[in-house]
Design a protein around this ligand. Sequence first.
Ligand code: GAR
Length: 196
Amino acid sequence: MKKIAVFASGSGSNFQAIVDAIKEKKLNAEVSLLVCDKPGARVIERAEEAGVEYFTFFPKQYETKAEFETEILKRLRAKGIEFIVLAGYMRLIGGTLLADFEGRIVNIHPSLLPDFPGKDAIGQALEAQAGVSGVTVHYVDSGMDTGPVIAQKAVMIRKEDTRESLQQRIQQVEHELFPRVLEELFNQEKVGGVQS
Ligand code: GAR
């Protein structure tokens, strides 16, 4: 069973989908830690409800990213974390975490990368009047949503779509895709490793 840490900044619906998939035995993992850079975020309540330990911090209370990542790393090591899952963590991963975990960090992003990277991918797709967007799960490197793609699924954009309606359909896809891709990845790793 993989010991994972989920990093999140917001509502945590993807965190919830992962916790639920584990409970339903669709994903052979244990969420041993939630890391959250927004102490008031809804995801913390979800962690409490699920009995998942969490570490939450204000990035501004540290002088540098290396400082707070060193703090995070200490906790990941103490818990024996093998894999990091970014689920709406709205921050670039820095060199401190990458040095230990590169190849073992994945992110979910609400677009078909390389289209619409960065913040507000859903707003960007609507603004561009795109006919299609979707969801990407990818490995994390030092860039903004630039690591190798693992899986993608398209979501058609309708003329009448609002931000809310499109977000809802994209998130439905995320909640199904993310746990399934994680399960596949962890099974592949048992056999001989996926790319790192
Ligand atoms: C998700 O849609 C995720 O793809 C996105 O944030 C949302 C978090 O929702 N991530 C990014 O935009 C990363 N660049 P959640 O907190 O309900 O899981």
